[in-house]
Design a protein around this ligand. Sequence first.
Ligand code: SF4
Length: 332
Amino acid sequence: MRNQVTSPGPAIESKIRRLLPVLHRWYRDNRRPLPWRVDPTPYRTAVAEFMCQQTRVATVIPYYRRWMRIFPGWRALARSSTLRILRLWEGLGYYRRARNLHSLARAVLRLPGRELPDDLESLRKLPGIGDYTAGAIASIAFKIPSPAFDANVARVLGRLTAKGGRSPRLPYLRCLAGKIVPQKDPGLHNQSLMELGALICLPRNPLCASCPLKSRCPSSRRIPGRPKPPPPVPLRETILLVKWGQKIWVTREHPRHRWKGLFLLPTVPGKPRTPRLLTIRYPFTRYRIQADVHWSNQPPAGIKGRWMDPGELRRAPLPSPHRKILRLAGRD
Ligand code: SF4
Protein backbone atom coordinates (compact mmCIF):
# COMPACT_ATOMS: atom_id res chain seq x y z
CA MET A 1 0.00 0.00 0.00
CA ARG A 2 1.20 3.43 -0.85
CA ASN A 3 1.61 6.02 1.92
CA GLN A 4 -1.87 7.63 2.01
CA VAL A 5 -1.04 10.30 4.64
CA THR A 6 -1.43 13.66 2.91
CA SER A 7 0.29 15.78 5.52
CA PRO A 8 3.76 15.17 7.00
CA GLY A 9 3.90 15.00 10.79
CA PRO A 10 6.32 16.96 12.99
CA ALA A 11 8.85 14.10 13.08
CA ILE A 12 9.29 14.09 9.28
CA GLU A 13 9.34 17.85 9.15
CA SER A 14 12.06 18.09 11.74
CA LYS A 15 14.06 15.26 10.11
CA ILE A 16 14.16 17.20 6.85
CA ARG A 17 14.87 20.49 8.61
CA ARG A 18 17.95 18.95 10.19
CA LEU A 19 19.29 18.19 6.70
CA LEU A 20 18.90 21.72 5.42
CA PRO A 21 22.15 23.30 6.70
CA VAL A 22 24.14 20.58 4.88
CA LEU A 23 22.09 21.03 1.73
CA HIS A 24 22.42 24.83 1.77
CA ARG A 25 26.17 24.64 2.32
CA TRP A 26 26.49 22.18 -0.57
CA TYR A 27 24.55 24.60 -2.77
CA ARG A 28 26.75 27.59 -1.86
CA ASP A 29 29.84 25.56 -2.79
CA ASN A 30 28.54 23.82 -5.90
CA ARG A 31 25.90 25.95 -7.59
CA ARG A 32 26.26 26.62 -11.29
CA PRO A 33 27.20 30.21 -12.09
CA LEU A 34 24.05 30.94 -14.12
CA PRO A 35 23.57 34.47 -15.47
CA TRP A 36 20.16 34.95 -13.84
CA ARG A 37 21.65 34.19 -10.43
CA VAL A 38 23.59 37.46 -10.60
CA ASP A 39 21.36 40.33 -9.43
CA PRO A 40 18.10 38.32 -9.41
CA THR A 41 15.63 41.17 -9.96
CA PRO A 42 11.94 40.24 -10.37
CA TYR A 43 12.23 40.74 -14.15
CA ARG A 44 15.40 38.67 -14.57
CA THR A 45 14.03 35.92 -12.33
CA ALA A 46 10.72 35.79 -14.21
CA VAL A 47 12.41 35.60 -17.63
CA ALA A 48 14.68 32.78 -16.44
CA GLU A 49 11.80 30.85 -14.92
CA PHE A 50 9.73 31.10 -18.10
CA MET A 51 12.67 30.06 -20.29
CA CYS A 52 13.76 27.16 -18.09
CA GLN A 53 10.34 25.47 -18.02
CA GLN A 54 10.81 22.24 -20.01
CA THR A 55 14.13 23.39 -21.50
CA ARG A 56 17.68 22.46 -20.51
CA VAL A 57 19.64 25.16 -18.70
CA ALA A 58 22.57 24.93 -21.14
CA THR A 59 20.18 25.66 -24.03
CA VAL A 60 18.61 28.60 -22.21
CA ILE A 61 21.81 30.50 -21.33
CA PRO A 62 22.57 32.09 -24.76
CA TYR A 63 18.88 32.90 -25.28
CA TYR A 64 18.69 34.53 -21.87
CA ARG A 65 21.81 36.65 -22.49
CA ARG A 66 20.55 37.88 -25.87
CA TRP A 67 17.09 38.54 -24.42
CA MET A 68 18.54 40.76 -21.68
CA ARG A 69 20.51 42.76 -24.25
CA ILE A 70 17.39 43.36 -26.36
CA PHE A 71 14.78 43.55 -23.59
CA PRO A 72 16.54 44.77 -20.44
CA GLY A 73 13.25 45.32 -18.60
CA TRP A 74 9.46 45.03 -18.66
CA ARG A 75 8.95 48.21 -20.69
CA ALA A 76 11.09 47.13 -23.67
CA LEU A 77 9.47 43.70 -23.67
CA ALA A 78 5.91 45.04 -23.46
CA ARG A 79 6.50 47.40 -26.37
CA SER A 80 7.88 44.76 -28.71
CA SER A 81 5.68 43.04 -31.28
CA THR A 82 4.61 39.45 -30.61
CA LEU A 83 6.24 38.41 -33.89
CA ARG A 84 9.62 39.75 -32.82
CA ILE A 85 9.34 37.98 -29.49
CA LEU A 86 8.47 34.70 -31.17
CA ARG A 87 11.40 35.19 -33.57
CA LEU A 88 13.80 35.61 -30.63
CA TRP A 89 12.28 32.57 -28.95
CA GLU A 90 12.86 30.50 -32.09
CA GLY A 91 14.64 27.25 -31.13
CA LEU A 92 13.52 27.22 -27.48
CA GLY A 93 10.20 25.54 -28.34
CA TYR A 94 6.96 25.65 -26.33
CA TYR A 95 6.11 29.05 -27.77
CA ARG A 96 3.19 29.57 -25.43
CA ARG A 97 5.77 30.60 -22.80
CA ALA A 98 6.92 33.47 -25.03
CA ARG A 99 3.37 34.68 -25.57
CA ASN A 100 2.68 34.42 -21.82
CA LEU A 101 5.84 36.35 -20.98
CA HIS A 102 4.81 39.08 -23.40
CA SER A 103 1.31 39.23 -21.84
CA LEU A 104 2.93 39.36 -18.41
CA ALA A 105 5.10 42.35 -19.42
CA ARG A 106 2.02 44.21 -20.66
CA ALA A 107 0.15 43.38 -17.44
CA VAL A 108 3.07 44.60 -15.33
CA LEU A 109 3.09 47.96 -17.11
CA ARG A 110 -0.57 48.41 -16.14
CA LEU A 111 0.25 47.89 -12.44
CA PRO A 112 0.75 50.95 -10.22
CA GLY A 113 4.46 50.36 -9.54
CA ARG A 114 5.18 48.95 -13.04
CA GLU A 115 6.83 45.98 -11.34
CA LEU A 116 5.74 42.52 -10.27
CA PRO A 117 3.82 42.58 -6.97
CA ASP A 118 5.69 41.32 -3.93
CA ASP A 119 2.98 38.99 -2.65
CA LEU A 120 2.11 35.48 -3.71
CA GLU A 121 -1.61 35.90 -4.28
CA SER A 122 -1.18 38.88 -6.61
CA LEU A 123 1.63 37.10 -8.48
CA ARG A 124 -0.61 34.08 -9.10
CA LYS A 125 -3.23 36.25 -10.77
CA LEU A 126 -0.85 37.42 -13.50
CA PRO A 127 -0.63 35.80 -16.98
CA GLY A 128 1.51 32.68 -17.21
CA ILE A 129 2.29 32.53 -13.48
CA GLY A 130 1.24 29.35 -11.71
CA ASP A 131 2.02 28.14 -8.20
CA TYR A 132 5.58 27.08 -8.99
CA THR A 133 6.59 30.26 -10.83
CA ALA A 134 4.94 32.47 -8.20
CA GLY A 135 6.87 30.64 -5.47
CA ALA A 136 10.16 30.88 -7.34
CA ILE A 137 9.82 34.61 -8.08
CA ALA A 138 8.55 35.40 -4.57
CA SER A 139 11.35 33.54 -2.82
CA ILE A 140 14.26 34.42 -5.13
CA ALA A 141 13.46 38.01 -6.08
CA PHE A 142 11.46 39.19 -3.04
CA LYS A 143 12.83 36.87 -0.32
CA ILE A 144 9.30 35.82 0.66
CA PRO A 145 9.28 32.40 2.40
CA SER A 146 7.27 30.40 -0.13
CA PRO A 147 7.93 27.00 -1.69
CA ALA A 148 8.85 26.52 -5.35
CA PHE A 149 7.59 22.98 -5.82
CA ASP A 150 8.64 21.44 -9.12
CA ALA A 151 9.50 17.94 -10.32
CA ASN A 152 13.08 18.19 -9.01
CA VAL A 153 11.93 19.18 -5.52
CA ALA A 154 9.26 16.47 -5.49
CA ARG A 155 11.83 13.84 -6.41
CA VAL A 156 14.39 14.91 -3.79
CA LEU A 157 11.83 15.16 -0.96
CA GLY A 158 10.16 11.93 -2.09
CA ARG A 159 13.41 10.01 -1.84
CA LEU A 160 14.38 11.59 1.47
CA THR A 161 11.02 10.56 3.02
CA ALA A 162 10.56 7.21 1.26
CA LYS A 163 9.42 4.20 3.27
CA GLY A 164 9.89 0.66 2.09
CA GLY A 165 11.27 1.98 -1.18
CA ARG A 166 8.15 4.05 -1.95
CA SER A 167 7.88 7.82 -2.01
CA PRO A 168 4.85 9.61 -0.51
CA ARG A 169 2.30 11.09 -2.86
CA LEU A 170 2.57 14.54 -4.37
CA PRO A 171 0.10 16.36 -2.02
CA TYR A 172 2.15 15.14 0.94
CA LEU A 173 5.41 16.29 -0.65
CA ARG A 174 3.94 19.65 -1.67
CA CYS A 175 2.79 20.17 1.90
CA LEU A 176 6.23 19.19 3.22
CA ALA A 177 7.94 21.60 0.79
CA GLY A 178 5.76 24.40 2.17
CA LYS A 179 6.54 23.56 5.79
CA ILE A 180 10.33 23.50 5.50
CA VAL A 181 10.90 26.86 3.76
CA PRO A 182 13.05 28.94 6.13
CA GLN A 183 12.34 32.60 6.89
CA LYS A 184 15.94 33.46 6.07
CA ASP A 185 17.15 33.00 2.48
CA PRO A 186 14.07 31.22 1.11
CA GLY A 187 15.39 31.70 -2.44
CA LEU A 188 18.66 30.00 -1.62
CA HIS A 189 16.74 27.18 0.04
CA ASN A 190 14.46 26.58 -2.97
CA GLN A 191 17.34 26.74 -5.38
CA SER A 192 19.31 24.25 -3.22
CA LEU A 193 16.59 21.65 -3.54
CA MET A 194 16.16 22.28 -7.26
CA GLU A 195 19.90 22.20 -7.89
CA LEU A 196 20.33 18.91 -6.02
CA GLY A 197 17.53 17.44 -8.14
CA ALA A 198 19.06 18.80 -11.34
CA LEU A 199 22.66 17.78 -10.71
CA ILE A 200 22.75 14.86 -8.25
CA CYS A 201 19.37 13.34 -7.42
CA LEU A 202 18.67 12.58 -11.06
CA PRO A 203 15.45 10.89 -12.19
CA ARG A 204 17.34 7.86 -13.48
CA ASN A 205 20.50 6.65 -11.80
CA PRO A 206 20.94 9.32 -9.08
CA LEU A 207 24.55 10.09 -8.12
CA CYS A 208 24.13 9.06 -4.47
CA ALA A 209 27.88 8.69 -3.92
CA SER A 210 28.29 12.44 -4.53
CA CYS A 211 25.18 13.51 -2.57
CA PRO A 212 25.67 15.64 0.57
CA LEU A 213 22.63 13.92 2.14
CA LYS A 214 23.60 10.33 1.39
CA SER A 215 24.25 9.31 4.99
CA ARG A 216 20.72 10.28 6.01
CA CYS A 217 18.75 9.36 2.94
CA PRO A 218 16.70 6.12 3.10
CA SER A 219 16.85 5.84 -0.69
CA SER A 220 20.62 6.18 -1.00
CA ARG A 221 21.86 3.58 -3.51
CA ARG A 222 18.55 1.76 -3.26
CA ILE A 223 16.86 3.20 -6.30
CA PRO A 224 16.57 0.58 -8.97
CA GLY A 225 17.57 1.81 -12.41
CA ARG A 226 14.38 2.96 -14.03
CA PRO A 227 13.41 1.41 -17.33
CA LYS A 228 14.20 3.46 -20.37
CA PRO A 229 11.30 5.56 -21.67
CA PRO A 230 9.50 4.16 -24.71
CA PRO A 231 11.21 4.97 -27.99
CA PRO A 232 9.80 7.90 -29.97
CA VAL A 233 6.95 7.15 -32.34
CA PRO A 234 8.05 7.51 -35.99
CA LEU A 235 5.94 9.84 -38.10
CA ARG A 236 6.34 10.87 -41.75
CA GLU A 237 5.18 14.12 -43.22
CA THR A 238 5.49 16.10 -46.43
CA ILE A 239 6.45 19.76 -46.49
CA LEU A 240 6.30 22.00 -49.55
CA LEU A 241 8.83 24.70 -50.31
CA VAL A 242 6.69 26.92 -52.52
CA LYS A 243 8.75 29.54 -54.36
CA TRP A 244 8.07 32.36 -56.77
CA GLY A 245 11.28 34.11 -57.70
CA GLN A 246 12.90 35.04 -54.41
CA LYS A 247 9.63 34.77 -52.49
CA ILE A 248 8.53 31.82 -50.37
CA TRP A 249 4.92 31.01 -49.53
CA VAL A 250 4.14 30.55 -45.82
CA THR A 251 1.07 29.76 -43.77
CA ARG A 252 0.02 29.76 -40.14
CA GLU A 253 -2.01 26.58 -40.47
CA HIS A 254 -0.77 23.12 -39.61
CA PRO A 255 -2.81 19.93 -40.01
CA ARG A 256 -1.97 18.97 -36.41
CA HIS A 257 -2.26 22.52 -35.04
CA ARG A 258 1.39 22.81 -34.11
CA TRP A 259 3.35 26.03 -33.52
CA LYS A 260 0.54 28.51 -32.96
CA GLY A 261 1.48 32.06 -33.93
CA LEU A 262 4.52 31.07 -36.04
CA PHE A 263 4.86 31.12 -39.81
CA LEU A 264 5.22 27.68 -41.39
CA LEU A 265 6.12 26.04 -44.64
CA PRO A 266 2.95 24.16 -45.60
CA THR A 267 2.61 20.55 -44.46
CA VAL A 268 0.41 18.63 -46.89
CA PRO A 269 -1.13 15.16 -47.08
CA GLY A 270 0.08 12.60 -49.60
CA LYS A 271 3.07 12.68 -51.89
CA PRO A 272 3.42 15.53 -54.38
CA ARG A 273 4.43 14.97 -57.99
CA THR A 274 7.30 17.45 -57.83
CA PRO A 275 10.76 16.04 -57.04
CA ARG A 276 11.95 15.67 -53.48
CA LEU A 277 14.45 18.37 -52.51
CA LEU A 278 15.66 17.04 -49.17
CA THR A 279 14.66 15.12 -46.05
CA ILE A 280 15.07 16.25 -42.46
CA ARG A 281 14.44 14.47 -39.19
CA TYR A 282 13.45 16.17 -35.96
CA PRO A 283 11.85 15.32 -32.60
CA PHE A 284 8.49 16.75 -31.62
CA THR A 285 7.05 15.75 -28.22
CA ARG A 286 6.87 11.92 -28.38
CA TYR A 287 7.41 11.73 -32.13
CA ARG A 288 10.47 11.32 -34.29
CA ILE A 289 9.45 12.99 -37.50
CA GLN A 290 10.86 12.38 -40.94
CA ALA A 291 9.84 15.21 -43.24
CA ASP A 292 10.28 14.96 -47.01
CA VAL A 293 10.53 18.41 -48.54
CA HIS A 294 9.40 19.02 -52.14
CA TRP A 295 9.73 22.11 -54.30
CA SER A 296 6.53 23.60 -55.64
CA ASN A 297 5.49 26.76 -57.43
CA GLN A 298 1.82 26.46 -56.49
CA PRO A 299 0.53 27.15 -52.98
CA PRO A 300 -1.48 24.15 -51.77
CA ALA A 301 -5.24 24.33 -52.21
CA GLY A 302 -7.38 24.90 -49.14
CA ILE A 303 -4.69 26.49 -46.95
CA LYS A 304 -4.48 30.22 -46.27
CA GLY A 305 -1.08 31.84 -46.54
CA ARG A 306 0.99 34.54 -48.19
CA TRP A 307 4.27 35.23 -49.96
CA MET A 308 7.27 36.55 -48.07
CA ASP A 309 10.42 38.07 -49.50
CA PRO A 310 13.84 37.08 -48.01
CA GLY A 311 13.96 40.05 -45.61
CA GLU A 312 10.52 39.30 -44.18
CA LEU A 313 11.40 35.63 -43.85
CA ARG A 314 14.49 36.47 -41.81
CA ARG A 315 12.40 38.54 -39.38
CA ALA A 316 9.43 36.15 -39.20
CA PRO A 317 9.28 33.53 -36.42
CA LEU A 318 9.52 30.01 -37.84
CA PRO A 319 9.87 26.68 -36.00
CA SER A 320 13.47 25.45 -36.00
CA PRO A 321 12.91 22.53 -38.42
CA HIS A 322 11.37 24.91 -41.00
CA ARG A 323 14.17 27.42 -40.55
CA LYS A 324 16.59 24.55 -41.14
CA ILE A 325 14.83 23.62 -44.39
CA LEU A 326 15.21 27.20 -45.64
CA ARG A 327 18.87 27.16 -44.70
CA LEU A 328 19.54 23.83 -46.43
CA ALA A 329 17.71 25.06 -49.51
CA GLY A 330 19.81 28.23 -49.56
CA ARG A 331 16.77 30.41 -48.80
CA ASP A 332 17.73 31.81 -45.38
S1 SF4 B 1 21.24 10.05 -1.46
FE1 SF4 B 1 20.66 9.60 -3.57
S2 SF4 B 1 18.43 9.32 -3.52
FE2 SF4 B 1 19.02 10.34 -1.60
S3 SF4 B 1 18.75 12.53 -2.01
FE3 SF4 B 1 20.89 12.03 -2.44
S4 SF4 B 1 20.96 11.52 -4.63
FE4 SF4 B 1 18.82 11.50 -4.00
